[in-house]
Design a protein around this ligand. Structure first.
Ligand SMILES: C[S@@+](CC[C@H](N)C(=O)[O-])C[C@H]1O[C@@H](n2cnc3c(N)ncnc32)[C@H](O)[C@@H]1O
Length: 239
């Protein structure tokens, strides 16, 4: 097994998750929080990018707080939950350099598919990288997390990692990982940790690469699903 993953699995039970601080079911599962913190420590990560602000932000920030030049950029599409995460972080006393940003979801073509993607200023993620670790724990529901990988791939340092939560979900995260695997081939190595929380997929990036285009049917079906998801998002009035 990958030595960093093995080290994190071996150490994760020693990571405390405070019952007083843990906000409940919307947050990353406690076991996943433990793994993530132990993984940040094992990697010696300094720069982290996160999609889905909340308790995971604090868990990772605490691990990098003592590291020089640490930086965590936490992105969420919800102003409300981003503000709640910032408030919890500010009240924690953690000294890590953490920046919270709100970026609404909008449709965008990525690797020949219409997907929902976070609307960030062009080039921002690349300019703030390279990142050692990216956590994908949002957007919620089935709005799709597929675009995030295409958006961040170039900003992840070779030898860096992308961790996807809820990786046991059929037809969603499992499908996204299959698509990324097919698109990036030898440039990445996904490892599914089925037994941790709702499943974590830890994806190592070996090298920079351009994604191979998906099969036409996949591109069409995924794009249609995005149109449905966008309609739901607009009807819910969240954007
Ligand atoms: C699965 S949550 C995880 C957030 C974060 N990674 C954590 O560990 O707390 C992902 C998304 O759900 C939304 N969210 C967070 N708390 C929520 C709540 N109580 N009700 C509805 N949505 C929530 C946020 O916008 C966030 O992007």
């Amino acid at each position: 097994m990958n030595p960093y993953i093995a080290a994190a699995v071996a150490e994760m039970d020693k990571v405390p998750v405070s019952r007083l601080e843990y906000p409940g079911s919307w947050a990353l599962d406690p076991a996943s929080c433990r793994f993530l913190a132990a993984f940040v420590r094992a990697l010696g990560a300094t720069r982290i990018l996160e999609f889905g602000s909340g308790f995971s932000t604090l868990m990772m920030a605490r691990e990098i707080a003592a590291v020089q030049d640490n930086y965590l950029l936490s992105i969420d599409d919800s102003p409300r939950y981003s503000a709640m995460a910032k408030e919890a972080f500010d009240g924690s006393g953690c000294q890590a350099r953490v920046e919270f940003r709100v970026a609404p979801l909008r449709p965008k073509f990525a690797n020949s598919k219409l997907l929902l993607s976070y609307s960030l200023p062009e080039g921002l993620i690349g300019a703030l990288g390279p990142f050692d670790l990216v956590l994908i724990d949002a957007p919620h529901h089935d709005y799709g997390r597929e675009a995030v990988f295409y958006d961040v791939f170039q900003a992840v340092a070779p030898g860096g990692y992308i961790v996807l939560d809820d990786a046991n979900r059929e037809g969603m995260e499992k499908k996204y990982v299959r698509s990324w695997d097919a698109a990036y081939g030898q440039a990445i190595q996904p490892v599914l940790l089925e037994g941790i929380g709702n499943g974590l997929c830890v994806i190592e990036k070996f090298s920079d690469a351009s994604p191979a285009a998906p099969p036409f049917a996949d591109a069409v079906l995924t794009s249609l699903k995005t149109v449905r998801n966008l309609t739901r998002l607009l009807l819910r009035g969240e954007h």
